[in-house]
Write a protein that binds this ligand. Sequence first.
Ligand code: UD1
Ligand code: UDP
Length: 374
Amino acid sequence: MSKIRVLTVFGTRPEAIKMAPLVKELEKYPDIFKSIVCVTAQHRQMLDQVLKLFDIKPDFDLNIMKPNQNLWKVTAEVLLLMKDVIEECNPDIVLVHGDTTTSMAAALSAFYAKVPVGHVEAGLRTFDKYYPFPEEINRVFADAVCTYHFAPTDTSVENLKKSAIPDTHIYKTGNTVIDALLHTVENNKADLSYINLDPSLKTILLTSHRRENFGEPIRNICKAVLELVEKNKDIQVVYPVHLNPNVQEPVHELLDNKERIHLIEPMEYAPFSTLMKESHIIMTDSGGVQEEAPSLGKPVLVLRSTTERPEAVEYGTVKLVGTEKDVIVSEMQKLLDDEQEYKKMSESINPYGDGLASKRITEIIKKEFSYKLS
Ligand code: UD1
Ligand code: UDP
């Protein structure tokens, strides 16, 4: 009997967090699956934090990250280097995740090698090719070359159907981010004392890293934070600053050494999950955080004008506020002052999954490739 050879490819922090539970699930059945992991290391330090937490030792590490890298180079390197990896390990299926350049280029590389690709977190759309950039086109592209579509929600299933993807290969699985979150929150009680937060103040957690927010938008976000902290003596802001130099420079320039603003290094996933749980309000432009915070019952103000994750917006726990300083300040002030509004937004809801997405995906792969097992 031969095994099903599954090559899982990822490169950035969010992909790693969302693929880790799937890698762990595949590893539970060594008689059925030969699980092979390739990291592109489009991120280095932020990827390694996740590999360590989930104890994943990659079989291939392409180690491509360069300081302030550009899209052309990342795309070209992943596309080319994945050719050799695919030829060497001869997989039955390649799994990619979401909408990063690693995902898009690895999917294309597998397609050129005529190896079927499974897209985890398929079908998310804003239907605006420049928002988010380049993620909207990365995921459209990945969906186009993939054979198996693991869509997290009904909305993502519908988006795929609208894109003329054959129904037979669309599976609603839930999002593996909830598998990762539940596992992490259950198994790790992280110590946050190093941040030196004041327990008598309300904590506002901030993350921002999107390319379309580089320049003026990110400066507006920082100015809004300064104004909010000045107006509200009972809040403190924690910002684990993404390592992208386009984020580091303006954020440190505007927010370094300000009272009740804590700029810290990107956090390991376990302490970050604890911090999300302990925060009063979250401001973010992150995709993953938009999915996680609602299940922890935390109101989220999204620092973007569109989202490919409309579910929590419909439930009312997530609100799009964009990147205009005055709008951010007034929306945050409303939440700080109006108890009813806060209560409405802090209901714990979870439209993104039940913690079993990785199990479902593993079962589907087993069924689709069962001929290998006979
Ligand atoms: C990438 C993804 C984005 C995703 C984000 C998650 C693309 C085009 N972008 O954006 O979709 O939302 O990751 O965080 O795929 N850096 C480090 N160490 C790290 C990580 C990054 O130093 O561990 C710095 C490097 O200078 C690097 C730069 O950040 O060149 C940009 O990294 P890159 O992956 O190109 O873009 P992100 O903005 O991180
Ligand atoms: N995250 C983390 N440490 C941090 C900030 C975020 O572990 O300091 C986690 C977060 O919980 C989520 C993921 O990283 O699971 C989101 O990554 P990011 O915001 O970089 O990317 P996006 O989801 O926007 O693609």
